[in-house]
Design a protein around this ligand. Structure first.
Ligand SMILES: Cc1ncc(COP(=O)(O)O)c(C=O)c1O
Length: 488
């Protein structure tokens, strides 16, 4: 514990379970110290490490303006002030649970139904994950998680509850799809080490892959969970952010239609309004469990992370406006698809490939060809260049426990169109520089020229340096570029 007085804390509090001191926060620090701003600091670091949806905020804002009665602090809503301000029942406002259950069905194309009595509130999906870990496993017991996975699961599931997360290794040769062989292999390996496996945790759609899990895989997971009497937790936080085929399939639909013999006591869904609605500040998370005991226990625990009654009240009104929600989801899909297409086609122009994605707020970008060697160290070296020279805060695959170096998650829905174009420009300049340098190196290797070229990260900026330095992409722009003016 780096803080003064840390030795007076509990072991868990003083430990590093939060992960904030990990080197992966370097990118965030670089951004915080020099944040990009189109008008005031266009040489700054662009934040592409934040899975935030800013593409549809205007729609929610408009609804809010048109429905002042949904806020108890307005003249139109004040008649509800006393009732709502006094409300603190941890079951949640009945109208909120009702609206949430119907919304969860609407987002999943009405292919599954949700019972309001099974909706348990939590402080975002973060709180929901922690509550489930606490309810389902004892310290030292484990959940299996397909890689790559959302890094904060380590904090959410392990820090306070003391459970372990064990990877199920997935690979690029089959687009990181989870197979039964990989699952069985991880399960058997854990058992051989004497670790009690209590469940499987998946994210569907996947963060960081931006892909959806197919029906067959979900059925396989539900069957495996039933046969081995272990839990299946499905984080469906991006369920409403699927913008292309194949169509989204929720575990709720699979257990209703495809695996009727599934033991439903083992199935739990995590959802939140942070992503699909772009409302992470509202801290609205949901546990939807098919297990009565889990619902009861999680509900008692929800006292630690209740959603404010004003927020519940506002959302009850907005989510039950089915006409608005229908329009919102349609428009959100259209905007996400357009953003994804623009970003990935911009990358394609310079030969950068991405995993084919159909969901989420990010792209899983393949920079394996730019690595000095196929090692995690080389990936981090390249990452540091991207942060400090290209000035983009992207996230390296190793932070998602990806075993294959060279993959990066790039978020593209947390910015406006102009900022995204600047980010694309920077990537293109960087990649072209790299390609030119590679070509020169190959040429030199053939004996045409004696050149000594550094790889990423090797500092060589002096003009007298014998190295051909990897310069900032800003330096390759024309002197008229607004980016150059701002950077200087
Ligand atoms: C898969 C996944 N689960 C949970 C969370 C946390 O969401 P919330 O803001 O609702 O706590 C995130 C946020 O990035 C996420 O990607």
């Amino acid at each position: 514990m780096a803080f003064k007085g840390g030795d007076l804390l509990s072991e868990k509090a003083a430990g590093d379970g939060h992960g904030e001191s990990s080197s992966y926060f370097d990118g965030w620090k670089a951004y915080d110290m020099n944040p990009f701003d189109l008008r005031h600091n266009c040489g700054g670091v662009i934040q592409m490490g934040l899975a935030e949806n800013q593409l549809t905020v205007d729609l929610v804002e408009e609804w809010s303006k048109n429905h002042p009665e949904a806020s108890i602090g307005t003249a139109e809503g004040a008649s509800q002030f006393k009732r709502i301000a006094n409300f603190q029942d941890y079951h949640g406002l009945p109208e909120f649970r009702e609206a949430m259950a119907q919304f969860m069905g609407q987002v999943r194309g009405r292919k599954a139904t949700f019972d309001p009595d099974r909706v348990v509130m939590s402080g975002g999906a973060t709180g929901a994950q922690e509550t489930l870990a606490f309810c389902l496993a004892n310290p030292g017991e484990a959940f299996l998680v397909p890689t790559p996975y959302y890094p904060a699961f380590d904090r959410d599931c392990c820090w306070r509850s003391g459970i372990k997360l064990l990877p199920i290794e997935c690979h690029s040769f089959n687009d990181f799809r989870l197979t039964e062989e990989a699952l069985v292999s991880a399960y058997d390996a854990a058992r051989r080490q004497g670790i009690c496996v209590k469940g499987i945790l998946i994210t569907n759609p996947s963060n960081p892959l931006g892909t959806t899990t197919d029906r067959g895989t979900l059925a396989m997971l539900a069957t495996f969970a039933t046969e081995h009497r272990i839990h299946l937790v499905c984080d469906e936080i991006y369920a409403g952010s699927v913008f292309a085929k194949p169509e989204y399939v929720s575990i709720a639909e699979v257990i209703e239609r495809d695996v009727p013999c599934c033991n439903r006591d083992l199935i739990h869904i995590v959802y939140s309004l942070s992503k699909d609605f772009g409302l992470p500040g509202f801290r609205v998370g949901i546990i939807y469990s098919y297990n009565d005991a889990v619902v009861a226990c999680a509900r008692r625990m929800s006292s630690f992370g209740l959603v404010s009654s004003q927020t519940q009240y506002f959302l009850a009104r907005m989510l039950s406006d089915e006409e608005f929600i229908g329009r919102f989801l349609e428009e959100s899909t259209r905007r996400l698809a357009a953003r994804h297409e623009r970003f990935t086609s911009g990358l394609r122009e310079v030969g950068i490939g991405c995993l084919r994605g159909n969901a989420g707020l990010f792209t899983w970008m393949d920079l394996r060809g730019m690595l000095r060697e196929k090692t995690p160290e080389a990936e981090l070296e390249l990452w540091r260049v991207i942060i400090h020279k290209v000035k983009l805060n992207v996230s390296p695959g190793t932070s998602f426990h990806c075993r294959e170096p060279g993959w990066f998650r790039v978020c593209h829905a947390n910015m406006d169109d102009e900022t995204m174009e600047v980010a694309l420009d920077r990537i293109r300049v960087f990649v072209r520089q790299h390609q030119r340098r590679d070509k020169a190196e190959r040429w030199a290797a053939k004996g045409h020229l004696r050149l000594s070229l550094p790889r990423h990260g090797a500092a060589a900026s002096s003009s007298s340096s014998p190295y051909l330095a990897l310069s900032s992409p800003l330096s390759l722009l024309s002197p008229q570029s607004p980016m150059v003016h701002a950077a200087s």
